[in-house]
Design a protein. Structure first.
Length: 467
């Protein structure tokens, strides 16, 4: 077990105030979230601090995750650009910014989807309403309870094994979902794909299903790494899905009442932040607000694995490998032979020093596992990857543009203190940025070392004078 798992989120007021989703912010943000995402109020605060102006600035989040930045910025009238390399993040961000979706069409599709999913479940001899809890049953249309007329939709070709062949199922960590909830999820996915033709509607329902998988169907907890909970025999997946879709529809109606269309433009791309080719021919960026990964042994592909596989976003080992290789090297499970992001930080003494200290500590401790041998290397690759990101971003920024990077210090590698924000400041200077400051956002206490680890906001500027 690595030591990151022993770093506790403070349970006291600081955590609540600083990082929790405030109840008023549930609208849209709550549709699907990462435990390591930052809260909307941080975005609000930094849009002000950075002097962002909606009449002038496009806001960009290169590591958009679950879209906290673009959603919050758009709610404040900003045009936005977003990228992420993980397809589940791209799906979440697209859906959270599709405010022109036809809600009446979603409502009628929902009834058809539930009806077909219910028929599929009966076909495999499972009652559409789970035994375990029926308190949500009020929300389920009559179709699910078997009271509706046959609409002509057929469940005959529902084949769980075709939707989730053994090779695909093998990508899901053992015990993350039990058999009955799994069948319910697959029936919903099948029904969405059969019934809904318009891609924006499909995506909307797919995100509702992703939410249902994480909150209701799966046996997972997050703290902050994903872990397995005691298995549940069954779960009211269809009802939870129906409630989620209804909530999403009502959120959209609330937003559009407050902020009638047209909404500011919002473009979302699947892209590697070290490349950013999707930004070619896009407007120049005035504000960047983001939280990249940091070297902490967290595997984003694992914490989003269940929903990514069940929605068919990752189908094979090869696809998983390609996905991992498009991410910043922030953990030893996504280091590959031939990686060379470290070439660009060889002349940054602070980064080289911390990597050498990690390797030195490993030798002293006589640690010899393959993962432990990679700790110093992943640190170099991480900061080198961030150099590449800063370098490709710079020409996309307007002169004077300002950026906020939220990053945490780490002690995951033999307790060597990686002061992420300070090191990234050195990397950014080499890439041509001015460093305006490092603010403390909050602290997390390591239960292993009893030391407070800082989470900081690094403020950068594209100099006014460069080309
Ligand atoms: C800390 S999360 C961002 C959380 C986000 N601020 C939120 O509130 O949900 C970091 C994100 O960076 C993405 N990521 C990692 N490496 C990337 C890369 N090379 N290019 C683009 N995205 C990447 C991960 O997929 C993950 O979604």
């Amino acid at each position: 077990m690595n030591e990151e798992l022993k770093i506790a989120e403070p349970s006291g007021s600081e955590y609540v105030v600083k990082n929790r989703l405030q109840p008023a912010d549930e609208v849209i943000h709550g549709w699907y979230r990462f435990v390591l995402g930052y809260p909307p109020h941080l975005v609000r605060e930094y849009l002000k601090t950075l002097g962002a102006d909606p009449t002038r600035d496009w806001v960009f989040d290169p590591f958009c995750g679950t879209a906290t930045t673009p959603v919050e910025a758009r709610l404040r009238g900003f045009s936005t650009l977003s990228t992420d390399a993980n397809p589940i993040s791209v799906l979440a961000t697209k859906v959270k910014l599709s405010w022109d979706v036809n809600v009446d069409e979603i409502r009628s599709s929902l009834d058809d989807v539930l009806e077909l999913a219910a028929a599929c479940l009966r076909r495999v001899h499972l009652n559409p309403l789970a035994e375990v809890t029926r308190q949500l049953a009020l929300f389920v249309p009559r179709a699910v309870k078997g009271e509706a007329n046959d609409t002509g939709l057929t469940a005959n070709t529902f084949d769980p094994n075709a939707l989730l062949p053994p090779k695909m199922a093998a990508l899901i960590p053992r015990g993350f979902i039990s058999k009955k909830p799994l069948l319910r999820v697959l029936a919903l996915r099948y029904a969405i794909e059969r019934v809904v033709l318009r891609q924006t509607l499909r995506d909307f329902l797919a995100l509702a299903l992703a939410n249902t998988i994480v909150t209701t169907a799966g046996n997972m907890g997050f703290g902050p790494e994903v872990y397995r909970l005691p298995p549940r025999d069954d779960a009211d997946v269809l009802a939870a899905f129906a409630v989620t879709v209804s909530r999403m529809i009502s959120d959209l109606e609330t937003i559009l009442t407050k902020q009638p269309p047209p909404s500011p433009p919002a473009h979302v791309f699947k892209d590697d932040a070290r490349i950013l080719s999707s930004l070619e021919r896009r407007p120049s960026i005035g504000i960047v607000m983001t939280s990249p990964p940091y070297p902490n042994e967290k595997d984003y592909t694992r914490s989003t694995r269940l929903e990514s596989v069940l929605l068919g976003l990752v189908k094979t080992k090869e696809e998983l490998r390609t996905l991992k290789s498009s991410l910043l090297r922030s953990n030893t499970r996504n280091v590959f032979v031939g990686d060379d992001d470290d070439t660009s930080i060889k002349d940054i003494p602070s980064v080289v020093r911390v990597a050498e200290e990690i390797e030195e500590r490993r030798r002293q401790l006589r640690k010899t596992s393959g993962f432990e041998r990679l700790y110093h290397r992943v640190t170099r690759l991480y900061f080198g990857g961030m150099y590449r990101h800063f370098a490709v971003l710079l020409p996309r920024l307007r002169p004077g543009a300002r950026c906020a990077y939220v990053v945490g210090d780490q002690m995951s590698f033999f307790r060597v203190h990686i002061k992420t924000a300070q090191l990234l400041a050195d990397v950014a200077i080499k890439a041509g940025y001015e460093v305006e400051g490092i603010d403390l956002w909050r602290t997390r206490r390591s239960t292993t070392t009893r030391q407070d680890l800082e989470e900081n906001v690094l403020i950068l500027k594209r100099p006014d004078t460069t080309g």
